[in-house]
Design a protein around this ligand. Sequence first.
Ligand code: GAL
Length: 342
Amino acid sequence: MKKGIAITLAMTFLVVFGAALSAQSQPRIGVCIYKFADTFMSYVRNQLEVAAVGKAWLSIQDSQYDQPMQNDQVDQFIAEGMKGLAINMVDPSAVSVIIDKAMSRNLPLVLFNREPEASDMARYDKAYYVGAKAQQSGTMEGQIVAQYWKTHPEADRNHDGVLEYVMLIGDPSNTDAKYRTEYSVRAVTAAGIRVLKIAEDTAMWDRPKAQEKMAAWLEAYGRKIEIVFANNDDMALGAIDALKADGYFRKGKYMPVVGVDATPPALDALNQGTLLGTVLNDTVKQGQATFDLVYALSIGRPAYTPIAPMANADGFADPKGHYVWVPYIKVTKDNYREFMKK
Ligand code: GAL
């Protein structure tokens, strides 16, 4: 009996000691998120945490939309002896500072979501980027709108044959915001539809700011507005909040609104019929690919992820490339259920 207890105790000790030892041998990786309060980034962060379980120890910091604060966080990571860095830039144009810091210690640096200039990336052979091609998401938004316009003649409220729209823009310094604004409209005109911009402004990816903006536009332009484009779902939902307050989505009063991200609240809005469509910006794949790269590099292996092939800045597969591009997917009432969490 006593022998049995001794064996059990010895085994427990081995398991605990083994776990502590393996945790110690896991690489420590420093991660910065440009702003924890950003809805989309909160899902990416979650996936990074899930991916790291049993493999690496992550320190994830909130850069609070403050580039100098992020620079300090990176200094701190270096001082703490992190083996790799995964950074979601506050200001992608400030990436050189971060590259210099990583370079000074020969540390792998995986940038994600906020795309830096290719010329900056080219300065450091241990710099990688994981993201999605913003042009593609804009094009898909535009295609959803074009399809709707062509099959719903009543959408042209004033029967002038011109699609009159408003555009809610994300952070204007961000490539995603720039290209989604441009390519969404481009896809509509490419479908042979004439367009007129009634108003556009930034709402910084933010739901309450978009609600305010949309309420002001409804006040100023009312039913002249025929379509609402938003660079992301949080802003599309903010516009829907303002539209609801103005009596829309009741008794046949409707406004087509499109966004990007396919966040769970946006999928609910699709289900309720308030959001016309969105584009899946894949948080699981982007978080996973970011972790896979920084993990592989931090233990001295080549950059690899099963999520998507290594590619160049233009999106072409290239085994020596330093980019991973996760594809977007169009989401409408025909397929949104596939993306709802079971
Ligand atoms: C975009 C996303 C936005 C916002 C932004 C932050 O890709 O669609 O919702 O999270 O990134 O950079």
